[in-house]
Design a binder for this molecule. Structure first.
Ligand code: GDP
Length: 429
């Protein structure tokens, strides 16, 4: 059984917490896209962790944690992350890295930084992790695959080619120090040694596991609205964030993905630039940011304050549809307990017309939110285990949003911990 856990929105919906919770019943946890540019925050018995590259199953002994071929593999970050969790008392997890995954090189990170600097106020708000230059090179067919690290002849030839190509830009556009062939070879040798214990044919491993009836969780990064095809292009990430891409980025059959758990947060947040129709500002946003998530809505990778907004049914319904949602996990609901009234964005007004269809980016820029205001529940809901024990207005909020989404909310997360989860049978299931 293969399941995907993915985001409906701009990311930071709480996928890490849901994956960590579902991982208890899983055998394999697989990252299939993205890199160390976003982070999952996980709170469990060992403490609080921000994972950027490791799959969220690393806290269990019974899981194999797979970095699939679709990932932008940053080996120094992977190595440090393994060390940091082991240093905090987590037993060494089982890790497998696809021998077809490609490697984020130091020059990808430099080029990301140089380009953001050059763009100045028009920058993309990149985390400068090298992700866009990495995927550009992958599709321009000049990336380094893990398997190639073990062949010095291939490396030498490619390094030469890379230096010729990249130095034209580095010297003439950015006016920075050129790359040196010997430095890149040295870097690649270090990466070879770092990845050697984990590298294998992970697609074959997952095929076998699926045949044996094991449970495999595909863990997405960011969310639908950051997908390069279906998101708010160009303010998107550089690899597909959709469950469908899990088939490619993990190397599993598309029809084998039977369950798609799309994570929606009970309000909105976004990092980086780009359209965000239900965004709020000033004191209202500051208060939600301060109370949000687990200790405030600040980026797990960058520490940047996240942009805040009310729940957006238009964007989330679209987000769920593109993911192929079978289940919605509705998260961080406990945070809203302080509000007397809660606005929910139910439509966009564009050129005087109201729509509930999510438009392309150029129309989105003109969209104004249409709100419906729901009553708050004004109490703490953490610790509640049964759906029927939630306050009536809280259930109304969930059911209102579920009806607007058109997808069953089968999990409600009412706290950051593993056990803060309420399973529910939806009439839409
Ligand atoms: P991800 O990238 O989708 O995994 O999301 P992040 O980890 O960036 O952001 C989610 C934040 O919300 C983290 O700080 C989580 O610990 C926290 N979180 C997840 N679920 C809940 C919840 O139900 N309630 C509260 N209060 N915090 C939650």
């Amino acid at each position: 059984m293969i399941k995907a856990v993915v985001g409906a929105n701009w990311g930071d919906e709480g996928k890490g917490k849901i994956t960590d919770t579902l991982a208890e019943q899983a055998d394999y946890i697989v990252r299939f896209q993205g890199g160390a540019n976003a982070g999952h925050t996980i709170v469990n018995d060992y403490g609080k962790f921000a994972l950027h590259t490791l799959p969220s199953g690393v806290f269990y002994q019974h899981t194999v944690n797979v970095i699939g071929n679709g990932v932008a593999l940053n080996l120094p970050i992977l190595t440090n992350e393994i060390k940091s969790i082991v240093d905090k008392g987590v037993p060494m997890p089982k890790i497998a890295v696809s021998d077809r995954a490609q490697i984020v090189m130091s020059y990808h990170i430099l080029l990301d930084k140089y380009e953001e600097e050059r763009l100045g106020k028009n920058s993309y708000g990149s985390t400068k992790s090298g992700i866009a230059p990495f995927y550009s090179d992958k599709f321009a067919k000049i990336g380094f695959q893990v398997s190639e690290l073990f062949d010095d002849e291939i490396l030498k030839e490619k390094v030469k080619k890379i230096c010729t190509l990249k130095n034209v830009i580095i010297e003439n556009l950015y006016h920075k120090e050129p790359l040196k062939e010997e430095d890149l070879m040295e870097e690649l040798h270090q990466y070879r040694d770092m990845v050697a214990p984990y590298a294998c044919d992970t697609a074959a491993m997952l095929y076998e596991a699926d045949r044996q009836g094991k449970t495999i969780l595909l863990e997405g990064q960011l969310g639908t609205l950051k997908d390069p095809d279906h998101g708010i292009y160009p303010m998107v990430t550089s690899s597909s964030t959709l469950a469908g891409y899990g088939a490619i980025g993990a190397g599993v059959p598309p029809y084998a993905i039977r369950q798609v758990v799309t994570v929606c947060k009970a309000y909105s947040s976004a990092v980086g630039a780009g359209e965000f129709v239900s965004e709020i500002f000033g004191d209202e946003a500051d208060e939600l940011r301060r109370r949000g998530g687990d200790g405030g809505e600040f980026g797990a990778t960058t520490g940047r304050p996240r942009r805040m907004g009310w729940f957006d049914c238009v964007a989330s319904r679209y987000g769920c549809r593109l993911q192929g949602t079978t289940d919605v996990a509705f998260t961080v609901l406990d945070v809203l307990g302080y509000l007397d009234e809660i606005p929910v964005c139910v439509g966009y007004e564009i050129d005087g017309k109201v729509t509930d269809e999510f438009p392309t980016t150029s129309s989105l820029a003109k969209a104004k939110p249409v709100y419906e205001v729901l009553p708050g529940w004004k109490c703490e809901i953490r610790g509640i285990k049964e759906y029927d024990s939630l306050p009536e207005n809280c259930r109304r909020y969930i059911e209102f949003i579920e009806s607007r989404l058109g997808y069953p909310i089968t999990m409600v997360s009412n706290g950051p911990g593993r056990k803060d989860i309420i399973y529910r049978t939806s009439s839409l299931s």
